[in-house]
Design a protein around this ligand. Structure first.
Ligand SMILES: [Fe+2]
Length: 259
């Protein structure tokens, strides 16, 4: 059994004690990592994008330094829509694959600089097909930033992966992908893609800082606590997972008022 820790949507800022919507996002990241690492040490760490809120190089250095306080093991870090490729590139693996015993973790880059929408170009798909082929008979956990399905929030759904059904159909027919994990929605999503003889779990994970309100018609924050997901990967290809929250984290959400 492999234990993989997924964190997502860190929205880190470069300066000490800087806050976003009232939340010190470095502090909430540390709170998440403190709790998660008190539970167990993961075999791999997966960070599924929106690492930096504004894409500065100093923020990626800061993220790496904070993770280093807790962990020296393998990590796979993906970009989200708030990230910028060039300053982040030193922390991105190429090809975007973590090879573990019996499993490959494959990252799919759904971001495009300066756009909130998912964008999967042909080069991304070429990389994905190569990585899936190279996995051979290993099981695959696929990770990306944007959801491959609607999450019942129209203001988020417009930016989901378009043509995700085609992607999932191809995955179910040509690969050993067992689950696809993602971020972006800042809330728990637990669904499935089902084809004739396959089921791919679709798992969205809360942010390490603030959460978006489920079923919100427009931008809305709720008061649910910072979270993360443990993924348990069995040697027979089974995946189970659980979302955990930092229940006593003092969130002080502040939404700027428009006048
Ligand atoms: Fe985000």
């Amino acid at each position: 059994m492999l234990n993989v820790l997924q964190i997502t949507d860190v929205h880190l800022l470069p300066g000490t004690h800087e806050r976003l919507l009232g939340v010190d996002t470095a502090d909430s990241l540390r709170a998440v990592l403190t709790q998660a690492f008190s539970e167990r040490t993961p075999d791999a760490l997966l960070a599924t994008g929106d690492i930096a809120h504004n894409g500065e190089l100093a923020t990626y250095d800061r993220f790496s330094a904070i993770v280093d306080e807790f962990y020296a093991g393998p990590r796979l870090v993906l970009p989200g829509n708030h990230d910028l490729w060039a300053p982040m590139s030193r922390y991105l693996s190429n090809p975007c694959v973590l090879s573990l015993p019996g499993w490959d973790l494959i990252g799919l880059d759904s971001h495009a600089d300066d756009s909130p929408a998912a964008e999967l170009g042909e080069p991304d798909m070429v990389e994905l097909r190569k990585a899936c082929a190279a996995a051979g008979d290993k099981h695959i956990l696929l990770a990306t930033h944007h959801p491959p399905l609607e999450v019942d929030c129209p203001w988020l759904d417009k930016d989901r992966i378009q043509n995700a059904d085609e992607l999932l159909e191809w995955l179910s027919e040509h690969t050993r992908v067992v689950a696809m994990v993602f971020g972006h929605a800042h809330q728990i999503i637990e669904s499935d893609y089902e084809s004739a003889d396959r089921r791919i779990a679709l798992l969205g994970t809360p942010s390490t800082c603030f959460q978006f309100a489920p079923r919100s018609q427009k931008f809305a924050i709720d008061d649910t606590k910072p979270g993360y997901r443990w993924l348990y990967l069995a040697s027979d290809g089974g995946v189970t997972s659980e979302v955990r929250r930092v229940a006593d984290y003092p969130l002080n959400i502040e939404i700027p008022q428009r006048h």
